[in-house]
Design a protein around this ligand. Structure first.
Ligand code: BES
Ligand code: MN
Ligand code: ZN
Length: 499
């Protein structure tokens, strides 16, 4: 989709479709009022007749509205004006995108960014419009023979801002929004690919491919022999149960001074999680192809950061393997030695994410990083605690946690903090090794983070548990690309604050 920015009058737009907001009950937005005026009350007459109320999600597509230069006018219900918040704005944008895309109009001018959203400026509204539109129109059909692609899809969308003074900010929002939406798309695609295609080797190839496209991005792939040399016994113990070789991918973006400490992102890359010998139940096991969504989000983020040429250093680290049951697989009770030297009793082979992440976190120390954020579909308990709306956030550095929580609020890709108190650490005691890989039924998300915290004592670190947000189940089954928007915002804030 090609987006552009404009500040103009609705009655002067020569376009296949004009998109106008309408609030409940039956109240046209300012742009709608202007159109109504020149159409000699055509719109208000229809509205009075009761064709649209303005409820959120409602739409009314009109043809041949008198005295306009456009083929169609799409009215989009926005709900009550007083309740028109961030979420309602995104919903109106998404509804408009889907409806226009199916209308036959191949270009459109949207006046929705002119609506007032409390506390939000033109930059925010334009960027969100781009992200929400791309999100709504995304399809994954590269593995279908009949793609069912729209005959006449929406190709060009002009976003109208209220005043000419908004144009510079809106142009920046256009650049940032496109880059973020691109990163989200990469993450969604990788997440949606099945485990037999998206293997650790495939992830490594895709990372190398991204590296070839940008000269400031250097991608390296460590093989199993390299990991053995580094002493990554914990990661390799998970990989042993699979015929697919493990890969350890690093993506280094150097946009900042060579002496400025990098921001490191570590993404869990289990390309399929069967549970291993502690095998999972069959229902919905297919969704464990999404267990590499942390890795996918890191790859998406690296692409976004590179495209935006951010003046900072950013490192992506992706430990990747499968978790399978096999004669060589980890068995409950096995004790493995991590790269950090800590011995781990593997009481449950399904708690494999932490086993690969701990070695990757130890590896991250060599970058002398400013901050380290790991992103992982780590615990089913997080889905129970927070559901599908919030990423679980736990960390050892107040400032870093706050920065990510705030970036989540701004981007609409939100996280919620859970406590990482010392009291929970006791649940990881083992009679036979330094630490057990599970902490019992209680507080599963917290004890998983406690496990990771044993390997991050030297780091400013935050753990993002994305088990609930990385994909949707049911009829809309598919990867979301979260938390690419949150992480990008976090880095944009870093750049803006000069830290
Ligand atoms: N990848 C899963 C976590 C998961 C499960 C995410 C369901 C989303 C939906 C992870 O590897 C796992 O299996 N965790 C176990 C840990 C337990 C054995 C302590 C879990 O959550 O059940
Ligand atoms: Mn598991
Ligand atoms: Zn897993």
């Amino acid at each position: 989709m090609e987006f552009s920015i404009k500040s103009g009058h609705p009655e002067k737009q020569r376009s296949a479709c004009i998109i106008i907001g309408i609030f409940e009950p039956r109240r046209l937005s300012a742009a709608g009022e202007q159109l109504d005026l020149i159409s000699e009350s055509w719109l208000s007459n229809l509205i009075r007749r009761g064709d649209i109320e303005g409820t959120a999600g409602q739409t009314l597509l009109l043809h041949n509205v008198p005295n306009t230069l456009c083929d169609r006018v799409l009215l989009v219900g926005c709900g009550k004006e007083r309740e028109f918040n961030d979420a309602a704005y995104r919903k109106a944008i998404a509804t408009a995108a889907k409806t226009v895309n199916e209308s036959g109009a191949m270009d459109a001018v949207s006046f929705l960014p002119e609506l007032t959203v409390k506390g939000r400026d033109a930059y925010w509204k334009v960027r969100q419009a781009i992200e929400a539109t791309q999100d709504a129109l995304y399809t994954f059909d590269e593995l279908k023979s009949d793609t069912g692609i729209e005959r006449r899809p929406l190709r060009k969308l002009v976003l109208s801002v209220t005043s000419r003074r908004d144009l510079p900010a809106a142009e920046q929002a256009l650049i940032d929004g496109n880059a973020i939406a691109g990163g989200v798309e990469i993450a969604r695609r990788l997440g949606n690919l099945p485990g037999n295609i998206c293997t650790p080797t495939y992830l490594a190839e895709q990372a190398i491919e991204l590296g070839k496209q940008h000269d400031k991005l250097t991608v390296k792939v460590l093989e199993q022999a390299d990991m053995e040399e580094l002493g990554m016994g914990s990661l390799l113990s998970v990989a042993k149960g699979s015929r697919e070789p493990a890969k350890f991918i690093t993506m280094e973006y150097n946009g900042g001074n060579s002496d400025s400490k990098p921001h490191v992102f570590v993404g869990k890359g289990i390309t399929f999680d069967s549970g291993g010998i502690s095998i999972k139940p069959s229902p919905a096991m297919d969704e464990m192809k999404f267990d590499m969504c942390g890795a996918a989000s890191v790859m998406g983020l690296m692409n976004t950061v590179t495209e935006l040429k951010l003046p900072i250093n950013v490192i992506g680290i992706i430990p990747s393997c499968e978790n399978m049951p096999d004669g060589l697989a980890n068995k409950p009770g096995d004790i493995v030695t991590s790269m950090a030297g800590l011995t781990i009793e593997v009481l449950n082979t399904d708690a494999e994410g932490r086993l690969i992440l701990c070695d990757a976190l130890t590896y991250s120390e060599r970058y002398n990083p400013a901050t380290v954020v790991d992103i992982a579909t780590l615990t089913g308990a997080c889905v129970i605690a927070l559901g599908a709306h919030a990423t679980g956030l736990l960390g050892n550095h107040r400032g870093l946690s706050n920065d990510l929580l705030n970036a989540g609020k701004y981007s609409g890709d939100r996280a919620w903090e859970m406590p990482l108190w010392d009291e929970y650490q006791d649940q990881l005691k083992s009679n036979f090794a330094d630490i057990a890989n599970i902490g019992g039924r209680e507080a599963g998300t917290i004890t998983a983070a406690c496990f990771l915290s044993r390997f991050t004592k030297k780091l400013n670190w935050v753990h993002l548990d994305i088990a609930g947000v990385a994909w949707k189940g049911g009829a809309e089954k598919g990867a979301t690309g979260r938390p690419v928007p949150m992480m990008t915002q976090y880095l944009l804030d870093k750049v803006a604050s000069g830290k």
